[in-house]
Structures are given as structure tokens and as C-alpha cells.
Design a protein around this ligand. Structure first.
Ligand SMILES: [Zn+2]
Length: 369
């Protein structure tokens, strides 16, 4: 039996997703020497995707990326019915779905290794010092400031509440990639604050799905020669902390406007929001912005019962439903077949309607059922 045959489809696709990420982080585009993982994945790719239906075997790593760009797995992997797309065509950068295939949620041990290696240390440190305010400040910084000039970084580092975790903060950011520079400047996305990718002569594109779902809007332009340079949050943190985090903070604002008491990331991030109603009823919320509802359904273990709650919800941004009308159905089916307990999934607007109903207030204008 060949080596290619012993790895199942999901293992193979996850390996490919890792290779796509490694390539994206490589500073010199088109470099001919690839690390072992990329080379091994390419060899497997050639073995598994022998020419079929007009697809030629790619003769190089870049040709492999070209072949899978914007194409669902089922189009290039014989026997697969997966709709997952791993690479954006316009930027040749990994899709959010690609990251989801590598990283799970916080309850997933594999995910913890990648996404939470730093966040885990931050949690341990803050727990040991009993400093929930430090954890919250750290988390908010990663959400609200995925891009910092060196001078801004120095200012943030000096904040009192960040003192216990300042070394860990340094590890979350890296020098902005030269690939993201056009001429002598970087451009921040007006929607999320991450750095945009230049395309062609004058276009820019954000990596996050939440921003790709709307028209690109360029925010601040930063001179690449700014003293000390420009720092960018590491890619997995942008995908799994900044992306959903912006929805978490938006939800917090909307709940505060309703006069509700909201605790963010209670008990050192057991879940995302703990909402307390005037009569004392408590609702727990975890926000997830997954492109793939099946991956979410399979991987998400559930919402822990401490701090205790009366009702618990998994809340997903509305644009995911716009992009996939079957989102909820796919989530439920995947959960069932994975033997996971049922869990209430709500899109944001619907969730706020539930909140308003609970408060017996008129529902938000413009929301749909
Ligand atoms: Zn963006």
C-alpha cells in the first residue's frame, strides 16, 4: 500500500491546509526550496490527484496552489464531496476555511496547540495572579489593534494592566510582511484594522471573510519607514481572535445599549459573554465565525456550565447565513453524526430578537426572523 493511501481524506486536506499556511508565511514568494511539510504534502498531492476530468498534475508547488485556488476540494480531489476552498484566487492567500481545517476551537487539543499556545500562557499567568482585568485588556488589545506601529506598541506595553503579560504580548505580533507593502506604505482594513494585501496596481484585499463579504475599504495608510517599523498580529490570532472578537465586542455594545449587564470572557474565558437580565436570568454565549458549519458542528464541544447559566447559545454572524442558506441545517446534521449534544445556534439578529423578547422590548428595526 502506498503512503498516500493510508492517510484519509480529512488528514490529507488538513495537511494541505498546513502547507498552504506555511507558504503564506514564507517571506520570499516563489522560493524554490520548501520546508519538509510543504514538500511532503506536494508529493501526496501529486499521487492523489492524478490527472482526471481535465485537471493536469501540477508540476510545482506554485502550480498546485494555482490549481486549488478558488476551487472546492471536490473539484480536484477524486472521490471527495467537500465544498471547502483553501486558497483565495485574487491574493493566493489561505482562506479562513483553510485555517479552520487546521485549528479547532478552544476545547480542541490540536487547536489549542496552534491558536492558544500563547493565549493559554496568558490565561495561566493571569489566573495565577488572579488578574482577570489583565486578561481582558490583553484580549481587547488583540481584537481592537491587530496592527500597531512600533511607537503604538511601546505605548500599549506601558499600560499597567498589561504588565504581567507584556512578554507574551510581544510574541503575538510579528514584523509586518514585506508582501503586504505597496511602494512605501501599508494599508489597514477600515473594517477590522488588519493589514490589507495589495493586488495588481491599486487594489487591496482583506484576508478575513467578514471583510471580504463587503466592499474593501482602506483605512489608515502607514509609512513603511516609520521608526521601528510596523507590527502585525500573527495570522492564526487574526483569524480566531480578531475576526470573531469584533463580533463579540459589537454584541457587547448592543447588549449594553439594552441596559443589560454583560461580563466578557467570564472566569478566564470559559466562554465569551455572560449576560444577566434584570430578573437575574443568565444567558451564556460563545461567538464563532466559522466558514464551514460542518467543521463547527463536529468540533465544538459545547458551552461549559461554570459560570452557571440558564440558557446557552452559539452565536454566528449574519453574513454566514447570507453566504450559505443551509448553514444551520449543516451544523445540526454534522453535530448529530458526530454524536455531539444539540446546541442552540443563533445568527446575531435572531439572537438579539430573542434577547428583546426576553426583555419584552420592541424588536430591532430591520431584523428578520
Ligand atoms: Zn478586514
Amino acid at each position: 500500500m502506498s503512503e498516500a493511501e493510508v492517510i484519509d481524506e480529512s488528514g490529507f486536506v488538513a495537511g494541505l491546509a498546513v502547507a498552504v499556511h506555511r507558504l503564506a508565511q514564507q517571506e520570499v514568494p516563489g522560493k524554490l526550496v520548501y520546508d519538509d511539510v510543504v514538500q511532503r504534502v506536494y508529493n501526496h498531492f501529486v499521487l492523489r490527484t492524478l490527472p482526471h476530468d481535465g485537471y493536469d498534475t501540477p508540476d510545482s508547488v506554485p502550480a498546485m496552489i494555482d490549481l486549488i485556488a478558488d476551487e472546492p476540494v471536490r473539484m480536484w480531489l477524486p472521490g471527495s464531496d467537500s465544498e471547502a476552498v483553501l486558497v483565495h484566487k485574487d491574493t493566493r492567500s489561505p482562506t479562513q476555511e483553510c485555517a479552520e481545517l487546521i485549528v479547532g476551537n478552544r476545547h480542541d487539543p490540536i487547536g489549542e496547540k496552534l491558536e492558544n499556545e500563547i493565549l493559554g500562557e496568558v490565561l495561566d499567568t493571569c489566573r495565577a495572579l488572579d488578574a482577570p482585568e489583565s486578561y481582558e485588556a490583553f484580549r481587547r488589545l488583540l481584537i481592537e489593534n491587530p496592527t500597531l506601529t512600533y511607537a503604538e506598541h511601546v505605548t500599549e506595553r506601558a499600560r499597567m494592566e498589561l504588565m504581567p503579560v507584556v512578554d507574551l504580548l510581544d510574541r503575538c505580533y510579528e514584523t509586518a510582511s514585506a508582501r503586504l507593502r505597496r511602494d512605501d506604505h501599508y494599508a489597514q482594513c477600515a473594517w477590522c484594522g488588519c493589514l490589507l494585501r495589495p493586488i495588481g496596481q491599486d487594489e487591496w484585499r482583506c484576508d478575513l471573510d467578514r471583510c471580504r463579504a463587503r466592499t474593501t475599504k482602506v483605512g489608515r495608510l502607514i509609512d513603511s519607514n516609520t521608526p521601528g517599523g510596523v507590527l502585525h498580529l500573527r495570522l492564526p490570532l487574526r483569524t480566531f481572535v480578531t475576526g470573531p472578537g469584533l463580533f463579540e465586542l459589537d454584541l457587547e455594545t448592543k447588549l449594553h445599549k439594552r441596559g443589560l449587564d454583560v461580563e466578557m470572557w467570564p472566569k478566564f474565558d470559559t466562554y465569551d459573554l455572560l449576560i444577566t437580565f434584570p430578573d437575574g436570568a443568565r444567558w451564556a454565549v460563545d461567538v464563532k465565525d466559522y466558514a464551514n458549519p460542518r467543521v463547527l458542528g463536529r468540533k465544538f464541544a459545547g458551552i461549559p456550565s461554570d459560570p452557571p447559566w440558564d440558557r446557552a447559545f452559539l452565536v454566528v454572524p449574519d453574513y454566514r447565513r447570507t453566504g450559505d442558506k443551509q448553514y444551520l441545517e449543516k451544523f445540526r446534521t454534522a453535530r448529530e453524526s458526530a454524536g455531539r449534544p444539540p446546541l442552540a445556534l443563533r445568527f446575531v439578529k435572531k439572537f438579539l430578537k430573542d434577547v428583546d423578547r426576553r426583555l419584552s422590548l420592541p424588536t430591532e428595526e430591520g431584523s428578520d426572523a
